[in-house]
Structure formats: structure tokens, C-alpha cells
Ligand binder design. Sequence first.
Ligand code: SF4
Length: 135
Amino acid sequence: MKFKSVTTTCPYCACGCGLVLEVMNDRIVCTQPSKTSPSNRGKLCIKGWNVHEFIQHPDRLKKPLVRKNGVQTETSWDEALGYAAAELRRIREKHGPDSIAFLTSARCTNEENYILQKFARTAIGTNNVDHCARL
Ligand code: SF4
């Protein structure tokens, strides 16, 4: 039997609580709070305690989906990102930059949120940026 503990960060919200995932035979069997993380000091909310359930859930999306003929279809990251870029370009050229808005997430790091607002303002040319924490 192989067993290991993996220290990581909860992906659910911006608190960034420290977790220890207990892994047995390459499957995560439970989540423990990190006692040394300054964010949570040995505590977790109910979402954090159950974080291991979504990681291995059979319904979890592992590849991007692109709608083709009305059906969401698995595709490669290259195709999905190329499609998104082409559509953003098409919409901006046809309707102007303020026809596009960006909504980012508390699940992202500060750096990822910074990059998104920078992309919105400099690449697309809009200040339409918001964040799920305000909703
Ligand atoms: S354990 Fe709860 S409070 Fe901590 S980061 Fe996860 S969701 Fe947020």
C-alpha cells in the first residue's frame, strides 16, 4: 500500500486555506486542515473538508468544451483557446470593445485576477471587469 500526504491550498475561495490531502494508492482518501497555514491554523469550512470529493468525481470536466452544431463537444486546449480568441476579436470588431465584459473569480490568485483585468483593458480595450466576490 502506497501512502503519502500532499500539502496544498484549497481552491474554493480567496481565503486560501492550507490543506493536507491524504493519498492512498494514488487516490485521495481524505482532506485535513494544515495546522501551520497562517490562513486557517488547523481549521476548514465545510467546503474545504470535502475538497477531495470533486477532484475525483466522474462528472468533473477535464477537457475544454466547444459548442459544435448545438452540442458541447470535448476539444483540445489549442482549439478552445483559438476559438475564444477568434470570437473575442470578431465581437470587438463588430460591436466595439465595450460589448465585451470580463468576470473573474475568487478562486483565482491575485496574480491571475490582475492578468485578466490587464488583458481586458489593454488587449480588448474595455473597463468592463468585475469579480464574483461582489455578486
Ligand atoms: S476551506 Fe473554506 S474558507 Fe478556506 S479556502 Fe476553502 S472554501 Fe475558503
